[in-house]
Ligand binder design. Structure first.
Ligand code: NAP
Length: 283
């Protein structure tokens, strides 16, 4: 770092465990960019002042994570279309003092799926398990990228209904009950996406749906990346279904932020290696 270093970082609370600083600093170094990325724990109630700090300190931008992704929208000058539709911002770009909010989570998911499984979501029939923040980003991006049909099953039915209504402007969408998810329903599905936290470390035996509902014609994706292979993915693989884990989404959302800040393509391989190393050291 020197007097010319361009600052970026992540605002969240807590952010101590974030893998983003290692991932982005490795990427900046690989591209020979004099940028730095740090984690900023911003306590609830301090967000507006922290956003003023982006302007005052001349940061190029920040990532935003839990719990600030929704509230930050109030303090920005412009919100990109997709972020507005998702209802949350995970990336802020400072363009000469004008702060613009984006959401790269959903596009990160779509790009990761294409890169790792060669599956293009256009024309696909999708079932999303969960209707929280990650589900919102994934559902909106899938719909905007031409998914033919999106069903959403969530424990709290009202959230599934609300999200289905939101994506219906782009595609055929419906909310269903979690207990409706059975083998018959999944026969009409190409892509199953788990966006719930069920199966995440340390409760790794959790299954969001019964394994009997799975079949070999499915592509099963789990947004969880710790563990890299959740029980859902393991059981799907064992019956011959294709699988996709959450690491790629994390890397690609970061790569899109990197591109927004620097204007350069991100070094995906370096970012992936850095993240996998961090995850291996965790377990
Ligand atoms: P969130 O907003 O808190 O949503 C959590 C979702 O999980 C809700 O749909 C919730 O249902 C459901 N859920 C939680 N516990 C459940 C249980 N015991 N039974 C049934 N449903 C349950 O969280 P989020 O930010 O969307 O994150 C969700 C998951 O995605 C996490 O595992 C997170 O690590 C992962 N994620 C990954 C990436 C990536 O880059 N790969 C990015 C973001 C998130 P209710 O609505 O009924 O509570």
């Amino acid at each position: 770092m020197d007097n010319q270093t361009v600052m970026t970082g992540v605002f969240g609370y807590p952010v101590g465990q974030s893998m983003s600083p290692d991932m982005h600093n490795a990427a900046f170094q690989t591209r020979g960019l004099n940028y730095a990325y740090a984690a900023f724990p911003i306590a609830p109630g301090q967000l507006q002042e922290a956003v003023s700090g982006i302007r005052a300190l001349g940061f190029k931008g920040v990532n935003v994570t839990i719990p600030h992704k929704v509230e930050i929208m109030r303090y920005l000058d412009e919100i990109d279309d997709e972020a507005r539709q998702i209802g949350a911002v995970n990336t802020v770009v400072n363009r000469d003092g004008v702060l613009i909010g984006y959401n790269t989570d959903g596009q990160g998911f779509v790009r990761s799926l294409l890169e790792e499984t060669q599956v293009n979501v256009a024309g696909k029939r999708v079932l999303i398990l969960g209707a929280g923040g990650a589900a919102r980003a994934v559902a909106v991006s899938l719909a905007r990228n031409g998914a033919k049909q999106i069903s959403i099953a969530n424990r709290s039915q009202d959230k599934a209904i609300e999200l289905a209504g939101q994506v219906r402007i782009h595609t055929d969408a419906e909310a269903i009950r979690l207990d409706q998810v059975d083998v018959q329903l999944l026969k009409g599905i190409d892509l199953l996406v788990n966006t719930t936290s069920i199966g995440m470390y340390p409760a790794i035996d959790g299954m969001p749906i019964s394994s009997e509902a799975l079949h070999s014609g499915l592509l099963v994706s789990d947004l969880i990346y710790n563990p890299l292979e959740t029980r859902l993915l393991r059981e799907a693989r064992q019956i011959g279904a294709s699988t996709h884990n959450g690491v790629g989404m994390f890397i690609h959302q970061g790569a899109l932020s990197f591109q927004l800040w620097t204007g350069y393509d991100a070094p995906l391989d370096v970012m992936r290696r850095t993240v996998l190393e961090r995850l291996r050291n965790k377990t």
